[in-house]
Design a protein around this ligand. Structure first.
Ligand SMILES: C[S@@+](CC[C@H](N)C(=O)[O-])C[C@H]1O[C@@H](n2cnc3c(N)ncnc32)[C@H](O)[C@@H]1O
Length: 282
């Protein structure tokens, strides 16, 4: 693929399209999985989801619930990398309460706009969204108690920089807890394909490399808290619902002629999973 700026631009365009896409009337009955599908696999409780504006839920493109099993407490400062339409910002806002603060960073204007609408609709006053890239966070050194992120770091063309930025912005004793896609091995045509990059697959790295990257950045107590392994139908759902356009677009860009989403999902099943990863700054 092309250089880092081009990769980010492609990702940003793809997610602007995804958030601007209409909400399907129904995503049942055997058709392609629609936006809003992934949230069902992510491990949110029904209470968490029912308390949120519908537009935050249906525009969720995460692959886990990074705040589950965290001991985020009242008064904490939480930073969400690639905060999208704001689902985890709003869940964090509730946990930190009025004495805490939540900051989201995202590079896509349409996502930032949607997140701000959702923040307004939820009536929370302790959440702000900043425009920026996660490789150069617009956040002060040693200023946050928690870094969370949901299915975003896999999209970064420079994960080493992101891990270093996490270590920079955390306060001593602060924690990182992210949900992200990791992969075991990918065929070259998937690794090199832009549509699969944007669906959080081609840019993903092996779990071991992810954990080592965090250690190399100086973080400690690096561990995997949970794995959500995807079967073929779930990989298909991830591809189709992260970016519904991609279901049509895979017959381009290096994907062998005639290969369908279903066939790709069969190939990838078992080699792609969502991991919840925790680390600490000493
Ligand atoms: C898969 S979506 C996840 C959104 C959100 N975390 C959620 O759970 O719904 C990826 C988001 O990360 C943002 N993003 C991707 N790469 C980024 C980067 N390098 N810097 C800043 N934002 C990025 C995209 O704009 C998009 O909003």
């Amino acid at each position: 693929m092309s250089n880092e700026t081009d990769i980010r631009e492609n990702v940003s365009k793809a997610y602007a399209k995804a958030v601007e896409a209409p909400v399907p009337e129904s995503s049942c009955c055997g058709g392609p999985a629609q936006k809003g599908f992934v949230v069902k696999l992510a491990g949110y409780t029904s209470e968490e989801l029912e308390a949120l504006p519908g537009e935050a839920v249906v525009n969720a493109f995460g692959c886990g619930n990074p705040l589950a099993f965290s001991d985020v407490k009242e008064g904490d400062v939480v930073l969400d990398l690639g905060s999208g339409a704001g689902i985890d910002l709003l869940i964090a806002a509730k946990k930190v309460g009025p004495t805490g603060r939540v900051i989201g960073v995202d590079m896509t204007d349409a996502m930032i706009e949607k997140a701000r609408e959702n923040i307004l609709a939820a009536g929370v006053l302790n959440v702000e969204v900043r425009k920026g890239i996660i490789e150069e966070l617009p956040v002060e050194d040693a200023s946050v108690d928690w870094v969370i992120s949901n299915c975003v770091i896999n999209l970064s063309p420079d994960k080493g920089k992101v891990f270093a930025e996490i270590a920079r912005v955390l306060k001593p004793g602060g924690r990182m807890q992210v949900s992200d896609i990791v992969v075991e091995s990918l065929p070259d045509w998937v690794r090199e394909s832009e549509p699969f990059y944007n669906t959080c697959i081609s840019g993903a790295i092996p779990e071991k490399a992810y954990l080592q990257g965090l250690r190399d950045a100086g973080l400690t107590d690096v561990e995997v808290l949970e794995r959500i392994k995807y079967d073929a139908s779930q990989v298909k759902g991830l591809i189709e619902s992260e970016l519904p356009e991609n279901a049509k677009a895979i017959s381009c860009c290096g994907v062998p002629e005639g290969v369908t989403v279903e066939q790709t999902a069969e190939v990838l099943a078992g080699d792609v999973w969502s991991a919840k990863i925790r680390a600490t700054k000493v």
